[in-house]
Ligand binder design. Structure first.
Ligand SMILES: *[C@@H]1O[C@H](CO)[C@@H](O)[C@H](O)[C@H]1NC(C)=O
Ligand SMILES: *[C@@H]1O[C@H](CO)[C@@H](O)[C@H](O)[C@H]1NC(C)=O
Ligand SMILES: *[C@@H]1O[C@H](CO)[C@@H](O)[C@H](O)[C@H]1NC(C)=O
Ligand SMILES: *[C@@H]1O[C@H](CO)[C@@H](O)[C@H](O)[C@H]1NC(C)=O
Ligand SMILES: *[C@@H]1O[C@H](CO)[C@@H](O)[C@H](O)[C@H]1NC(C)=O
Ligand SMILES: *[C@@H]1O[C@H](CO)[C@@H](O)[C@H](O)[C@H]1NC(C)=O
Ligand SMILES: [Zn+2]
Length: 353
């Protein structure tokens, strides 16, 4: 493993630490295989044009390019499309065209991010005046700021809830609060018992980098329980192969709870010289000797040591159980340590003196 990010400082502390993924993932690194996990069995086979379709009954479908998911509901009055990842792009049109001759009439943004919405213009533009676009009001503000021709500003926005009645179909849209993004919504199809929230649950995998790159970690954590309050059979997270279910939400909730507890324990341990690998006094003294007066240096090394201890504790249970704990697990520990300190007032040795 190469430690390219803070070569002098981090290498100092993590010499010989095979699992501390503080550095770059290099092309020659060997990561754990995912073949023993649910992640490996949850792949959808793609056709020769590079997409796959799952049917959940009563006109509800998922279209995927293997990496991203689009939710489609066919109604008597028109097709509803949720998300248009640019990588799937025009394949979504082909897939729908092969399912029905009913035209697309509604486009819903799950949230603002371009990796899920960068193909929105394919459905929502001046050449398709019949398409109504819908999002949370925060998403609309973000898109107004972005001025991105690929992600037009939606026409209908809401704050708490919006029920879309499209012919014979209903979709219940609701806002659980700020989490992964400012305007992530929950999309629920009650007849088909399909629930979607994008970049929230990664079935069989640990979440994407830094707890799904969430803007507000406590909101993202809370969303696990908000999802489980629904009655559903199928869960769509926008990523990672095929459709998932309730178990995937429960498993990730358990992972995040363990990470939370382990990082809180690591912060508490870091105030005691009994464990010199994380003790703030021991670390500060050593780093400052090598880097006089550089308080950011000692703080960076200290925080990464706490995250590394949390990562180690979390890996004991989850390495090989959820795919890619070896790849993103350290980033999750680091993000959790930061959130515990700043959002939850768990400051370890830096609490009230
Ligand atoms: C985490 O585990 C690695 C590998 O066993 C070890 O080298 C490292 O010191 C541990 N980190 C901490 C902070 O205990
Ligand atoms: C996964 O793949 C690795 C390497 O190809 C192999 O050694 C291992 O036995 C496989 N494990 C399972 C559970 O299939
Ligand atoms: C609604 O109508 C569409 C188009 O005819 C059909 O595919 C779908 O199964 C119907 N869904 C329900 C819940 O009636
Ligand atoms: C059906 O899918 C193929 C590619 O898989 C595409 O070329 C064709 O245009 C689609 N048909 C319709 C009506 O969209
Ligand atoms: C409008 O949508 C069509 C596909 O439906 C796309 O080919 C075209 O580039 C879009 N036009 C603009 C101006 O975005
Ligand atoms: C969810 O899917 C997994 C993997 O296919 C399966 O083991 C589990 O029993 C399912 N859970 C429910 C509640 O259906
Ligand atoms: Zn996102």
């Amino acid at each position: 493993m190469k430690l390219l990010l803070f070569p002098s400082l981090v290498a100092l502390l993590f010499q010989g630490s095979a699992n501390a993924c503080t550095g770059f993932a290099g092309v020659h690194d060997h990561f754990l295989p995912i073949n023993g996990t649910f992640a490996a069995n949850n792949q959808i086979s793609l056709n020769s044009d590079g997409y796959g379709v799952s049917h959940f009954g009563s006109g509800a479908y998922m279209i995927t390019d293997g990496a991203y998911q689009t939710f489609v509901v066919v109604s008597t009055e028109g097709v509803v499309v949720v998300d248009a990842p640019p990588t799937t792009g025009h394949k979504i049109q082909w897939a729908i065209g092969n399912l029905t001759s009913i035209p697309v009439r509604w486009f819903i943004y799950s949230h603002s991010h371009s990796d899920h919405a960068g193909g929105a213009y394919i459905f929502a533009n001046q050449s398709h005046p019949q398409v109504t676009t819908i999002s949370h009001e925060n998403t609309a503000s973000q898109l107004a700021t972005a001025k991105d021709p690929h992600r037009p500003v939606p026409q209908i926005t809401f704050n708490d809830r919006y029920n879309l009645v499209a012919g014979n179909q209903t979709l219940e849209l609701s806002f659980p609060g700020i989490g992964h993004d400012l305007g992530n919504i929950i999309i629920y199809a009650p007849k088909q018992r399909v629930l979607m929230m994008v970049d929230q649950i990664y079935a069989g995998w640990v979440p994407f980098w830094n707890l799904a790159a969430s803007l507000y970690v406590p909101g993202w954590i809370q969303a696990h329980d908000q999802l489980l309050a629904y009655d559903f059979d199928v869960y769509l997270g926008g990523h990672m192969g095929g459709p998932a279910n309730r178990t995937a939400v429960e498993v990730q909730r358990e992972y995040v709870q363990d990470l939370f507890d382990n990082c809180a324990d690591a912060l508490l341990e870091s105030g005691s010289p009994e464990n010199p690998t994380v003790d703030i006094g021991t670390i500060s003294k050593e780093v400052l000797e090598n880097n006089p007066s550089n308080i950011w240096a000692q703080f960076a090394v200290y925080l990464d040591a706490v995250a590394d201890l949390c990562y180690n504790k979390t890996s004991e249970k989850w390495l090989g159980k959820l795919a890619a704990q070896d790849i993103f697990g350290f980033s999750h520990a680091r993000t959790m340590v930061s959130s515990l300190r700043l959002d939850y007032d768990i400051l370890g040795p830096n609490g009230v003196q």
